[in-house]
Design a protein around this ligand. Structure first.
Ligand SMILES: C[S@@+](CC[C@H](N)C(=O)[O-])C[C@H]1O[C@@H](n2cnc3c(N)ncnc32)[C@H](O)[C@@H]1O
Length: 189
């Protein structure tokens, strides 16, 4: 069984999940350390995979919507949700966001890089709502021989929030043997 942390990023996620691939069950750093600062309200997990972060947030009783392109991952997230308030929906974010999404207390983009979505965060969030972002950085791309890949955050990139958001916290560094970046942005009230 493949494990995400031991692999370079799989290109065919459906095949990865369908053959028992896993990216683990523990929520990521930015969720573990900052989800408790979310104001009341629902949470949106973009490209949420099998739900390691969404499940953690839903365990506090918060409504969570997980959008994810892989049907196998969505099926796994639904199966794991049990009675938790987690809705997992198959959705290709390269088409953009589903219409009418708004009013979220938080939005998460974890180990998925789609820069075109960042400018939509203020419209998704309530005033004071948080965007949590974490992923691999350019140094990790170089280490993997993918120096030119756009699927990695540039050095310092997450310290510059999109218009309408302000930086609450952020950083970068190596843990788990990988170079990572993370940030917490807040929709300015
Ligand atoms: C590295 S995994 C991260 C999953 C999850 N965010 C986490 O941290 O556990 C990247 C995820 O992005 C999903 N993904 C890739 N392209 C996508 C797209 N266009 N729309 C929605 N999800 C996508 C993959 O299926 C995969 O589950």
């Amino acid at each position: 069984m493949a494990t995400f942390g031991e692999l370079s990023v799989p290109r065919d996620w459906e095949a990865f999940y369908s053959t028992g691939g896993t990216i683990g069950k523990d929520p990521v750093f930015v969720v573990r350390h900052y989800a408790h600062l979310l104001p009341p309200g629902p949470f949106l997990d973009l490209a949420g995979g099998t739900g390691r972060n969404a499940l953690f947030v839903a365990q506090s009783g918060r409504e969570v919507l997980l959008l994810e392109r892989s049907r196998a991952a969505v099926a796994a997230a639904r199966a794991a949700a049990g009675g938790l308030p987690l809705t997992a929906r198959v959705w290709d974010l390269e088409k953009g966001l589903p219409e009418g999404l708004a009013g979220f207390a938080g939005v998460l983009m974890s180990y998925y890089v789609q820069r075109s979505l960042l400018s939509h965060f203020p419209a998704l969030l309530v005033n004071g709502g948080l965007a949590l972002v974490e992923g691999f950085g350019r140094a990790e791309a170089k280490r993997r021989g993918r120096a030119g890949s756009p699927h990695y955050w540039e050095e310092g990139e997450l310290l510059l929030p999109p218009l309408g958001m302000r930086l609450l916290a952020g950083g970068e560094g190596a843990w788990g043997g990988r170079w990572r970046q993370w940030a917490v942005w807040q929709k300015a009230p």
